[in-house]
Write a protein that binds this ligand. Structure first.
Ligand code: UDX
Length: 443
């Protein structure tokens, strides 16, 4: 059955969710306060890079099932189901999450709800937020008790956002303990297509649903920092962290995924979510429980410093050296440079006196806004031309596939740091390169 849906926020999460809901057959209106974004989306253009999403948005703008507006009252009039997918960034100067955008949606939409409606929060919020918003909604919505709130966290990965939205691993729904029924019924109608395919559907209380999201991200961050901590030990002892990860990853209880040692994690979610989680635990008086996340964060940040130190050693002093940094995005298939280890390393090298030439297939423009003093070029060979050192900082396929001989012909010195352990090391060594991986002392 087709539902009339609104989605507040048209960033990665909101735009993908809106297009995904249209693909499931619903009629969708996306709402954003940014008129420029709305205008572009209405023309089927995306303000960011996400594979497959422009096609999906265009398909449903054309089919008439997806439109965009800046006017919240259009959404309130049109839809009976509202999703909130706005950002919850780290607060400036502290670890806690800033939930003001979520609150602003509730304060704007709530007073417009004069008939029964269901709101699903998708944003990542500190535990306790959903209950507070549910109470607030009852106060400000004219329809009062007929307005329901559910918390429905989103687990999508950038680069796979469409796939993760249409075929999620699981659907989690947090409901108000006192009035659970209606929200679950509505969610079952909205996600009928996925539930028919036996997607696990877990209904919990509000607090659990909020914690599921941050716990999942904290676990992933911990797994990455675990292997990066082991990488430090490998470096000190002459062992190879990739072989080690392969060996421990065969144990099903451990698993090989997210054991990629390298420059560590970045992006709009993992770093800020673990910090917000620590801040919230502290407010709840259980800061000790999450003390280990401080170390997870610390290990992660040390990888960036390690790469810079390694670069300094290899070139015999960064001042005046020319360094090619391949990659600026926090991971491949994305133009997102938020908390990007690649860009952080590039910027630090520059501050230490190196001439830094950056190439990223999609993120050059975003990177140039944050670090205008670096040189950006349109192709990896151009970036490497005349370089004393090449650093692969984001594992784009284009970089993994580079031919060592072709790159060697243009550089000044054949030295490479594989910051993501993504290159065929032996091929580079055979071609005459001085190769350094992360946690791979032997090479
Ligand atoms: C993450 C979660 O995976 C997703 O479920 C959640 O909804 C949002 O946050 P995303 O930020 O898109 O998604 O990226 P992810 O693929 O998880 O990678 C995060 C970072 O970890 C990247 O910088 C990546 O390069 C790094 N990473 C990942 C590693 O350093 N090693 C690995 O083995 C895996």
């Amino acid at each position: 059955m087709s539902e009339r849906i609104s989605v507040f926020g048209t960033g990665y999460l909101g735009a993908t969710h809106a297009a995904g809901m249209a693909e499931l057959g619903h009629e969708v209106v996306g709402v954003d306060i940014d008129p420029e974004k709305v205008a572009r989306l209405s023309r089927g253009e995306l303000p960011f890079y996400e594979p497959g999403l422009p096609e999906l948005v265009r398909k449903h703008v054309d089919s008439g099932r997806l439109r965009f507006t800046t006017d919240a009252s259009v959404a309130a009039e049109f839809a009976d189901v509202h999703f909130v997918g706005v950002g919850t960034p780290q607060k400036q100067g502290e670890y806690a999450a800033d939930v003001s955008q979520v609150e602003a949606v509730i304060e704007t939409l709530g007073p417009m709800l004069d008939r029964p409606a269901t709101i699903f929060g998708k944003s990542t919020v500190p535990v306790g937020t959903a209950q507070r918003l549910a109470d607030r909604l009852r106060e400000i919505a004219p329809a009062g008790e007929d307005v329901y709130l559910g918390w429905n966290p989103e687990f999508l990965r950038e680069g796979f956002a469409v796939e993760d939205t249409l075929r999620p691993d699981r659907i989690v729904l947090g409901v108000d303990r006192d009035r659970p029924g209606t929200v679950e019924e509505v969610a079952r109608r909205v996600y009928a297509d996925m539930l028919d395919r036996d997607t696990p559907f877990l209904v919990t209380d509000f607090a659990t649903s909020e914690l599921v999201k941050v716990s999942a991200n904290a676990f992933l961050a911990t797994k990455i920092s675990f292997i990066n901590a082991i990488a430090e030990v490998c470096e000190a002892s002459g062992a190879d962290v990739r072989d080690l990860a392969d060996a421990i990853g065969h144990d099903e209880r451990i698993g090989r995924k997210f054991l990629g040692a390298g420059l560590g994690f970045g992006g709009g979610c993992l770093p800020k979510d673990i910090r917000a989680f620590m801040a919230r635990a502290s407010e709840l008086g259980v800061d000790q429980a999450l003390m280990f996340l401080r170390e997870v964060d610390g290990v992660n940040m040390r990888r960036r410093e390690h790469a810079v130190t390694l670069a300094d050693d290899l070139v015999g002093g960064l001042s005046g050296a020319t360094v090619a940094v391949l990659g600026a995005a926090f991971k491949p298939n994305s133009d997102d440079i938020r908390d990007s280890p690649a860009l952080d390393v590039a910027g630090t090298l520059h501050l230490r006196g190196a001439q830094v030439r950056v190439h990223d297939p999609e993120a050059n423009a975003n990177a140039a806004r944050v670090w205008p003093t670096l040189t950006y070029v349109d192709d990896p060979i151009e970036a490497c031309t005349g370089a004393d050192l090449v650093i692969v900082a984001t594992e784009w396929k284009q970089f993994r596939d580079l031919d060592p001989a072709t790159v060697k012909a243009v550089v000044n010195e054949a030295r490479i740091i594989d910051g993501r352990n993504c290159l065929p090391a032996q091929e580079w060594i055979n071609a005459g390169w001085q190769y350094r991986g992360m946690g791979r002392h032997s090479q």
